[in-house]
Design a protein. Structure first.
Length: 123
């Protein structure tokens, strides 16, 4: 299981929630990942100089790492679940929709916000 932290894409850390109990009692391997936040992660000038979404690409790179390296830790690269809450759930929604993540995970749990929810609509 790969935990993606929340924090409005501005704050937060992979260590913000202790997932050791899940690993100990859930018989799963838990990976917590960090991604770039704020303008370092999501600034875009709309051109090739700063295309943006580096935070998203950090998560994609972490999922690639999991695919190539989880087996020695007792994990199964064919049974990867991503999960997160708040901004982590928003990231989950983006990962589910992206062609860049094909085959990198097999299940997704968005514990709160969804990209297509009514709360994301602007009136």
């Amino acid at each position: 299981m790969v935990w993606i932290h929340g924090g409005s894409m501005m704050v937060g850390a992979a260590t913000s929630h202790d997932r050791s109990a899940l690993a100990a009692f859930g018989d799963v391997v838990v990976v917590t990942i960090q991604y770039r936040l704020g303008f370092l992660g999501f600034l875009s000038t709309g051109d090739e100089h700063a295309p943006g979404n580096w935070g998203f690409l950090d998560v994609v790179a972490a999922l690639c790492w999991v695919q190539g390296n989880i087996t020695p830790f007792g994990g199964d690269p064919n049974c990867v679940t991503i999960f997160g809450s708040s901004a982590g759930a928003l990231m989950i929604s983006a990962l589910v929709l992206s062609p860049l993540t094909a085959g990198l995970f097999h299940r997704a749990i968005a514990q709160s916000f969804l990209t297509l929810s009514l709360s994301s609509a602007t009136y």
